[in-house]
Design a protein around this ligand. Structure first.
Ligand SMILES: [Zn+2]
Length: 302
């Protein structure tokens, strides 16, 4: 694992005859723009509380560079977010804005415009009631028949959209702009692999960074996510040498305990830690999961 690449701010440069475009990543919505360029999404719409002029200028330049239409709809009231739209045609933006203004824009027509597979969008809508009580990740894992490993292209743990428990992680490190219905969903896998290959064809540095950041074992701990450099012994047990990225509070007790151990076991109501086979403390938790996204390590080479 190249931990230097992991979730560090940087600039992705796109060059072609007649111009260059510098786009900051991963704090921006660059991947949403590229998803429209690649054809994965007919329209991309990003909710944004109050974008600065600089960010809007950047989006406008990106649209021009990639030959896309761009539109910013200012928020109607201080309680709402505004929207940034990208599409190949203005008519698609108009249709998306129209659907969004309806009482319930969570419809199959809107999902199709945004390029979401029907199975994943359907599962997401169905999970609405459960998500009020719990995060989406355990629900997706519950819907997935096997313990993995899964492909890095469906790793949605660092997609902050609809992940209320991820406020400490402003990074947007993911390939799919939706949550998969299952970690083995064929539609999401096909879309994610095709999109990664597209990114690799126009920005191999970015594609490599995404792959290195996503194809890891992630410990899910009541909404927080910890990337582990390690190996699963079974679906509930993992040995590890380091935790290179985490959304747990830096300097907090949980992260310190994790870093002091080199093996963890998920048990009812807690995470048990070991250091060289000896007990090294525990972290109380309601939901602990180990998710291995290393299945495509060989299939797709960066
Ligand atoms: Zn699906």
């Amino acid at each position: 694992m190249n931990s230097k690449l992991l979730f560090k701010s940087g600039i992705v440069r796109f060059s072609r005859a007649g111009g260059t475009l510098d786009f900051p990543y991963p704090e921006s919505d660059l991947l949403d723009v590229l998803a429209v360029v690649s054809g994965l999404k007919p329209v991309s719409y990003i909710n944004i509380i109050e974008p600065g002029r600089q960010y809007l200028d950047l989006c406008r330049s990106a649209a021009k560079f990639f030959g896309l239409e761009f539109s910013y709809v200012q928020r109607a009231t201080p309680r709402e977010a505004g929207q940034i739209y990208f599409a190949r045609e203005k008519a698609l933006i108009r249709e998306a804005a129209r659907l969004r203004a309806l009482t319930d824009p969570d419809t199959p027509a809107m999902h199709a415009l945004l390029g979401y597979p029907a199975c994943c969008a359907g599962a997401f809508v169905k999970s609405k009631a459960s998500r009020r009580k719990a995060d989406i990740v355990p629900l997706i894992r519950k819907n997935t028949p096997g313990p993995g490993p899964y492909s890095f292209v469906v790793n949605d743990l660092f997609n902050p959209a609809n992940r209320d428990r991820l406020p400490r992680s402003p990074v947007k490190v993911h390939l799919l702009s939706w949550h998969p219905c299952r970690y083995d969903c064929p539609e999401s896998l096909a879309a994610g692999r095709a999109f990664w290959q597209f990114v690799n064809s126009i920005a191999p540095g970015l594609a490599g960074m995404l792959k290195a950041s996503l194809e890891n074992i992630v410990l899910y701990l009541d909404g927080d996510c910890v990337v582990l450099d390690g190996r699963l012994k079974n679906p509930g047990r993992c040995s590890y040498s380091s935790a290179p990225f985490s959304t747990l509070p830096a300097g907090g007790a949980s992260l310190a305990k994790l870093r002091a151990g080199n093996e963890l076991v998920i048990e009812e109501g807690r995470l048990r830690l070991l250091k060289n086979g000896r007990a090294a403390g525990s972290i109380p938790c309601d939901t602990g999961l180990l998710l291995d996204f290393g299945a495509d390590r060989e299939y797709l080479k960066g």
